[in-house]
Structure formats: C-alpha cells, structure tokens
Design a protein around this ligand. Structure first.
Ligand code: PHE
Length: 370
C-alpha cells in the first residue's frame, strides 16, 4: 500500500511539473484512495518514461483525506498554496470532492475528480464550476441504470431503500433510483436511514423485512454495505441487495463473506471486458502491483491523470487557466473506462456496467448505455 504521502521534493523547480492527488488512504474507505493513487502513479510513470512533459519531469504529490471532507479541503489548499500544483485529482467520495471544488475555482487551478458521481461536484447551484471536471458518469444516470435493471431484467416490483444520510452520493443516488423506479411502475416499500460507520443495522432491516420487498437498494460504501448484508442474512432476509459504484472494493468480499451472493451493483468497468485497452491496462497494473486486479478506482485514477497530463501537454503555457481551457476541450479521449468527451457541465457521458455477485466474487452481468 502507498504511504500517506508520496515522497517527492516539496517545491516545484523549473524542471518539474507538480500535480496533486487527494484520496482516502486510511479509514473506512481506504481502498478508494489507495487504488486511485496506484492508477494515477502508473500514468505519471508512463509519461516520465517518455521524457515527461515539455522536457520536465512530472511529480505527484498525494495527501490522505482520511475519509473526511474537512481534511480533503485542507489537503487541496495545501496542494495549491504550498506545493504549487498545476492540477489536482480526486476525491473519490462526492462529499469530499464537493468540499474541495471551491478551492479549485478560487485559486484557478483545475481539479479533476476521478470517481465522484454526484451532480453537485461540478456545479455550484445552477452554474458550472469553471475549474472542476470529472472523468466518470453522474448519478442521475447511475440511478436510472439500476432502476431499469431491477424492473426490466429482474422483474422486481417492490424495493426498500437504505440510505446513508450523511453522504451526498448516497442521498442523491437513492433519490435518482427512486424517481426512475417509480416511473417504471415500481413501489418503494420503505426508505430508511443509516450513517457511515454504524455497526448495527438490525432496527432498519427488521422494519424493511416486514413488507417483504423483492430487493433492497443500498447505495452506500463497501464497509457499511458488507456489514449490513451480513446482518440482513442473520435476520433471515434472503432478498438480493442492489447498489452503486460505492460497493467496489476487494474488501467488500472480505467483509461480506458470501452474504452478498445474488446481489448486483452498477460500476464503471468490468475486469471481464475483453477490449484490448482494458486488458492491456490490467496486464500493466498487475505487473506493477503484485498481481492485483485493478478495481474501478484504479482505472478511473489512471484516466483522470491521463486527461490531466494530456491537457498540460497541450496547454500553451503552464498555468491553471491555460490547462483548464485544454481540459474543457477533452473530446473522444480513449480512456480505459470508456471514451471521454466532456459536456457543458464538465461531465462525460459513458456507459455503466452491472456487476453481479456469485460465490463471493464479482461477475459481469450487463452493460447499460446512456
Ligand atoms: N461515486 C462515488 C461517490 O461519488 C464514489 C465511488 C466511485 C466509489 C467508484 C467507488 C467506486 O461518492
């Protein structure tokens, strides 16, 4: 695992280009930040092997958000004011990216979130944030994906929702799912709350069990979801769970111990995708990281870094505004997670995969296009 801070020289010199990364390297979502950093490092190493950018070596400075929005904001400020980064990447969690976004705008230094899917990340009210971008799809789409899959593929009619009320991503995704699921004729039997870090979900699960839904929709992060799934089985709930990208972690299976078998979640990529761009990346990643299969965060970290580096390369000068202008023009960029063309709100339009869980491992189930 990476250390809390990637060791680099502190101040930029004229022969280096410094970019930043803020990720949760510790805490309940530690794999989010670690995988992202692994992916980002691969992209940086690749460009340095090709002589860097404009003859300068690219240096990556990474800070640990510890899974906290306040820490993410402090880290972003430090990257901009002390480390003089030209662009920074992160966060994974939408609540933390939302805390970082104003810092990008006010300092005129571009930020690219690799994996935050809540619409508010790139929007300040109804105004697009000029310096904030992302390389992943957004939750109005992700919520629709699972609602459609539930109704059309699984024929589910009644679903209970369990949402993490302190998490912008979870709240948004629960709402977007509900909207489409109802539109397609589905019924939400219950909509109950939990908080990240909760150890006991039995009261909520008992309530939900009473109405015997066809499935439970739990748009949370892996640590909570896996624990919740185990307690659901202990209480005799046999229904499948459904969720979003926040489930994606090797730790999901370690904690769930089989209790998520028969469940489904939407995600940005499947390692079973046979396209050369995906398989080449998997091969490279495995060689670099002891045979580990990259998760979606590693892929999106690599893509976010690649988009940033390509823009820095094209920028007519090495300043935040000039790089921002190039990021904004990103069109048909061949990412590992799909082609990236940024729209007026700085979001790409991409397809989603649905992953099923069988024998405590993930199994590709479907691809859903926008
Ligand atoms: N989309 C999640 C969020 O916005 C983060 C996430 C992305 C987590 C991909 C895992 C995989 O909070």
């Amino acid at each position: 695992p990476p250390t809390a801070e990637t060791k680099v020289s502190a101040a930029p010199t004229s022969d280096t280009i410094v970019i930043g990364h803020v990720g949760s390297l510790t805490g309940n979502e530690a794999t989010f930040g670690q995988s992202s950093d692994n992916g980002i490092k691969l992209a940086v190493e690749e460009i340095n092997k090709k002589n860097g950018i404009k003859g300068k070596k690219v240096v990556l400075k990474t800070y640990d958000s510890q899974g906290k929005p306040e820490e993410a904001a402090v880290a972003a400020t430090r990257l901009v004011t002390q480390d003089k980064v030209l662009t920074f990447l992160g966060e994974v969690a939408s609540s933390r990216s939302i805390a970082m976004a104003p810092i990008a705008d006010s300092n005129k230094i571009p930020m690219i979130s690799n994996a935050s899917t809540n619409p508010k990340v790139t929007k300040d009210g109804d105004k697009t944030r000029p310096y904030v971008f992302r390389v992943c799809y957004i939750d109005p789409f992700q919520g629709t994906v699972m609602a459609k899959f539930a109704v059309e593929n699984k024929k589910f009619k009644k679903v209970a929702i369990l949402r993490d009320v302190g998490n912008d991503y979870s709240v948004g995704l629960a709402n977007f799912f509900t909207e489409t699921f109802k539109k397609l004729g589905g019924e939400i039997t219950d909509d109950v709350s939990f908080k990240a870090g909760d150890q006991d979900f039995k009261a909520q699960l008992t309530k939900v069990k009473g109405k015997n839904p066809d499935a439970l929709y739990v748009p949370g992060y892996y640590t909570d979801v896996a624990l919740l799934a185990r307690q659901a089985r202990e209480l005799g709930l046999k229904q499948p769970l459904m969720g979003g990208d926040g489930w994606d972690s090797p730790k999901l299976f370690e904690i769930a111990k089989g209790s998520l078998d028969g469940s489904y979640f939407s995600n940005h990529y499947s390692p079973e995708d046979k396209s050369p761009v995906v398989q080449d990346f998997i091969t490279k990643y495995k060689a670099a990281y002891g045979g580990a299969t990259p998760d979606a965060l590693a892929v999106l970290g690599y893509d976010a870094a690649s988009v940033a580096l390509a823009a820095i390369e094209k920028a007519k000068e090495l300043t935040g505004p000039a790089i921002r202008d190039e990021i904004e023009k990103t069109k048909d960029f061949k990412g590992v997670s799909g082609n990236i063309t940024l729209d007026a709100d700085h979001n790409p339009v991409k397809s989603s995969v649905v992953i099923g869980i069988e024998k405590n491992a993930q199994k590709y189930a479907a691809t859903i296009n926008p």
